[in-house]
Design a protein around this ligand. Sequence first.
Ligand code: PEP
Ligand code: MG
Length: 292
Amino acid sequence: KKRLLETLKGKESITKAGRKVKLYANIGSISDLGSVLKNDAEGIGLFRSEFLYLGRNSLPTEEEQFEVYKRVVETMAGKKVIIRTMDIGADKQADYLNLEEEENPALGYRAIRICLDRPSLFKVQLRAILRASVYGNIGIMYPMVISEEEVDQIIEIVEEVKKELLDADIHIGEVEQGIMIETPAAVMISDKLAKKMDFFSIGTNDLTQYTLAIDRQNPKLDKIYKPHHDAILRMIQMVVDNAHREGCWVGICGELGADTSLTEKFVEMGVDELSVAPALVLTVRDVIRNLI
Ligand code: PEP
Ligand code: MG
């Protein structure tokens, strides 16, 4: 079986009827790039950039971040690299940010909420990403969005950063912008959010947690934590329909995207991209190529 998968390297992820699916990989750090190349992913659908912020005593500088992003996009040589802005808080803590302990961290001060509350911190990351965009094909993706207001604020800050860079004669490339759809609120207003963004990526790990009201980290609830729940599948269809009406493309970057029992359903639903663990890329490609 492994040898059969090897033969799929360099081949397209396309159904027998000719429907193409973008098959990307999820990464957490530069050390995952070897596996991305080895498994012939067509891009990076989720770079969990928060890992740059963890396990250290101070914020990563603009320069440190720039070097990492540049290295990733150069390695991918023109293929799409979607960088998720830092998703810190909840289970991922960085002491130097002095975040208070919270009763409900998953529902707390985290991700885009921190970035919009501390724009100076957010801007450093955006500068680094925008500077790296000259070296390849970058998408920026924002986590945990719940409202249009947040998206408007994000767009305003990004425009400010772009202007600051241009005023300083620092070059930037074209970037696509998108949000993670991982809250039920984002699903329900996806028609409106799609007007403001280029793409969506559905984070089924958190979307399941927030929709089913089940802590994704509580092993006692493993048995009822079901991303296959019809509520989630209906949400995915709703998001795809709303997005496509506005010319926005849709991927899935949560674990569910790699579930081959659902690949056919995702293709039928119109999902444009699946981003999976690097080691699963060829397995999913095999399934796609065998679909009618
Ligand atoms: C998700 O929530 O599905 C997701 C892809 O993001 P993370 O697992 O990093 O929260
Ligand atoms: Mg998430």
